[in-house]
Each structure stands twice: as C-alpha cells, then as structure tokens.
Design a protein around this ligand. Structure first.
Ligand SMILES: *Cc1c(COP(=O)(O)O)cnc(C)c1O
Ligand code: SF4
Length: 453
C-alpha cells in the first residue's frame, strides 16, 4: 500500500456541498401553502417582504417565543436602518433559535442585544460624501469610481455602511440624497467621460437588483460607450437574499447579460459583485441561479462583511468560502465591519480578522481565498488587515496608512469596546484618556497626522 495516500475524507469536510433543498419555506407558517412557482416568483418575493413588526408577527408569530417578538419590536423602533427582509431570507432563518441565527442577526434588530456605539463613531464613516465630485459618484482612487444610482435594496442590512443614504428615513437618521434619476445620472456619465484616468466603474447603490431592466441597459451602455472605461461591476446583494429573481425576472437577467456580452465584444470586462455573509444563505435555489449566470459566462465575485456571531469563527468562514466556490462565486473580499451606528454588537476586533485569514488560507484554491480588508474610517480606502503600521491590542486601536491614496494621513480602526479588558474599557470611558491613547498609537505607528475618525 502506498503510504503517501491521504486517509479517506471526513464527511464534515464536504459539508459545503450539502445545500438545502426541497420546499424548506413551508416550515414558515405564512408560507405553508406556498408552492414552488410562487416562492420562486420575484414579484411575490418583493411584495411579501417583511418591513414592520406586524408583518413579522403575521409571518412567524405562531412559531417564535412572544418575548422575542417584543424584543424585535423595540429593536425595530430604535434601528437607524429601515427593516426589509425577503421571504427567502425569512425561510432561511432557524426560528427555533432566533437569537443565535446568523441571518436573523443581519436583518432583524433586537433591543436586548444592542450595545452603546463606539465614542469615535460618525455617520458616513467612509467619507464617501467628501470624495463625491457630483451627486452619487465617489472618486477616491485614481482609476476607479463608485457610482450610486439608486437608494433602495431588496433587503436592508442592519450593518450597512451607507445607512447615511440607503433606505427610507428612520426615527434617528434623515438620509442624504444620492443621484436617483436618469437626468442626474447624466452628470455622473459626463464626469466619468471627462476623466481619462477612470477605467473601472463600480455600479452600486442601493442595489442594482432594484433597477428596472431598461436602466441596467441604459447605465451599462452609457458607460461602455466611454472609450477609457475598461471594467465595470454591477454590485448587488440579490443573489444572496433573493436568488430566484435571476430565474424568474427574465427581462432583468437578459438586460445584464446583454451588457456583459456587448462589453466582451468591445474587449471590456463586465462582472457581478455580490454579498454573501453566511453559508446558510446558499441553497439549491442559489445554485440554480448561479448556474444560469455561469452558463452565460458572467463572472460573480463576492464581498462579505465580517460579523460577530455570523461568520467570525474559522469553521463558519471556511464553510462560507468553500460553499461559494462550489456555486462558482469567487470570494474576493471579507471586510471589517464598518463603524456604523446601532450595530456595535456585530463588530469584531482586527485580531479576529487576522486569525481568520490565517485559518482560511490553505483550505482551498488561492484564487478562491478572500482578502481580509479594513476600510478604515476617514477615506484612506481598503487596506489588507495585516498591514497596520501599529496595533495596540490592549486598547483596540489599529493604525493604517495608504501611501497611494492619502499619503500624509493615518487611518484608525477601533475594536469594539466590549471585547477589551475591564481596564481598557475604563480608559475608554474618559474622553481625555481616549485622546491620549490615540495620540500614542499614531506616534508609535510613525507619527503621521490622524484622519478625523
Ligand atoms: C471599494 C471601492 C472601490 C473599488 O475598490 P476595489 O478594491 O477595486 O474593489 C472603488 N471606489 C470606492 C470609493 C470604493 O469604496
Ligand atoms: S444590500 Fe448593500 S447597500 Fe443595501 S442595505 Fe445591504 S449592505 Fe447596504
């Protein structure tokens, strides 16, 4: 016997192929009588999305503990982000354990788990508004720009970076305006056409899933017609939260395919960027939808957010990466959770991300291994998490620099205070001590001026 042979694989290693199938949604009381054709209908999914506690109660009231519903009611009231959850996501939640469930955590706030915000938190922590030459276009890096042509999404994520602009106003936030009409989009196209260095355009929002097919074509063709634009990405969380749209909204899927095909004829790369966070989001419906895009030669890449209790342990992150790979979605980035209002219990430390990267690398192909990224507040842009100039683990302060984006500044990321030692937590309670800790960390990183956090 050849002693170089590997032992037989442990079936747990193949768990990523075990996709949920059958009519799993029928376990939700409101969907008990819903047949497959109805559940796959994107119009039905949009119409039945849960936006209020009353709708949540009508949908799952029979199977969850009333104390959970009370807790969610108060959570909805205090949330800076509007709530909207697709029936597909509702059906992917394990309602016997709603507090632990990774999908519930992303979309349905509960008051009992909320923590105070970090003292250095600001709205629009990425300063996208500061780098916007025209409404709805952020031009921060030399050769790429971020176009935000609409303000709505198929779901609203509690942790959204753009809670300053996305979704309807809430009790605590009046949303900033993005460019929302074809007339306003023309200004963005004119700006892009006037800047020969722009080769790469990210079309995000909001979410292009919400865009009418004719506008996918309008935006796609307008950008393809600009000679120096070489690469485009349509960004949508849709495949993660409502994969059936790709199967049943033929006009939308065909419009996307049309832009990709035309781009290919012109030698230009047009792809989809999506946003899976939990392996539980990927079912046999997802596989069918991703097979359609793959058969049309549409590249799909993924940008996850690292979220406490959702994907912050090595086994779950590895399962997510391998499951995405199995359905031909390339894991591209895993972001540190931004410093966003009202979601402090969802953030992790920089150390968590560093440890996860170490674990995940080596479990699958290198091209399917995501980069772990910190987009530190202040507009320095994306940094490899490992590339901090200094990291004060005791007080939870990481200092980054971005020589080709904003050379003269340092950028700071703060670990969630509840994860620090009791002594460090006491230090953060005193504003003068906060300033001293930050000055010290910046000095030890090389002494550059700290960006406004
Ligand atoms: C993320 C981002 C991009 C795209 O960056 P990549 O690293 O190429 O994915 C472009 N512009 C802005 C403002 C961004 O935040
Ligand atoms: S889908 Fe994207 S833009 Fe929309 S709420 Fe979620 S994270 Fe924000």
């Amino acid at each position: 016997m050849n002693h170089h042979l590997k032992p037989p694989v442990d079936p747990a290693e193949l768990e990523h192929r075990n996709l949920r199938g059958g009519e799993f949604w029928r376990a939700v009381p409101a969907y008990e009588d819903v047949d497959e054709a109805t559940f796959l209908d994107h119009i039905w999914q949009g119409r039945k999305s849960v936006k209020t506690t009353e709708e949540l109660f009508e949908t799952i009231g029979e199977i969850v503990d009333p104390t959970f519903l009370e807790d969610a009611k108060e959570g909805f009231r205090r949330a800076p982000m509007a709530v909207r959850v697709s029936p597909y996501m509702i059906a992917c939640i394990d309602w016997t354990r709603p507090y632990e469930d990774p999908i519930r955590r992303q979309f349905i706030p509960v008051a009992s788990k909320l923590l105070p915000d970090h003292p250095r938190l600001t709205l629009d922590s990425l300063h996208e508004q500061d780098d916007a030459p025209v409404q709805g276009l952020t031009h921060r890096y030399v050769d790429k720009a971020l176009f935000l042509p609409l303000q709505t999404c198929p779901v609203y994520c509690r942790f959204c970076t753009r809670s300053y602009a996305i979704g309807p106003d809430t009790e605590s936030v009046d949303k900033a305006a993005l460019a929302k009409t074809p007339e306003q989009w023309k200004q963005a196209f004119a700006y892009i056409a006037s800047r020969p260095e722009l080769e790469d355009i990210v079309i995000s929002g909001g979410d292009v899933y919400q865009m009418a097919a004719k506008n996918i074509t309008l935006i796609g063709e307008s950008l393809l017609a600009i000679p120096h634009v070489r690469r485009m990405r349509f960004a949508t969380k849709g495949p993660a939260v409502m994969p059936m749209k790709i199967l049943t909204d033929h006009a939308w899927t065909d419009a996307l395919t049309g832009v990709v095909d035309h781009g290919r004829k012109l030698g230009k790369d047009v792809v989809v960027h999506t946003h899976f966070n939990s392996p539980n989001e990927i079912t046999q419906i997802t596989k069918r939808a991703m097979d359609v895009l793959f058969s049309r030669a549409i590249t799909v890449r993924n940008q996850s957010v690292l979220i406490r209790g959702v994907n912050d342990d090595p086994a779950t992150m590895t399962l997510l990466v391998k499951r995405m790979s199995w359905v031909n979605v390339h894991p591209y980035y895993v972001y540190m959770h931004d410093l966003v209002k009202g979601v402090e219990e969802m953030r992790t430390s920089i150390q968590t991300s560093v440890d996860l990267e170490k674990f995940v690398r080596g479990t699958t192909a290198g091209f399917n291994t995501p980069l772990f990224i910190c987009d530190a507040p202040g507009g320095g842009g994306k940094r490899d998490v490992h590339s901090f100039d200094f990291y004060d683990r005791e007080n939870g302060i990481a200092v980054y620099s971005a020589p080709s984006v904003k050379p003269e500044q340092s950028f700071l990321y703060f670990d969630p205070i509840d994860t620090l030692s009791a002594e460090a937590q006491a230090r953060w309670a005193i504003p003068a001590v906060q300033d001293a800790m930050i000055r010290e960390a910046v000095a030890r990183a090389g002494g550059k001026v700290a960006a406004p956090a």
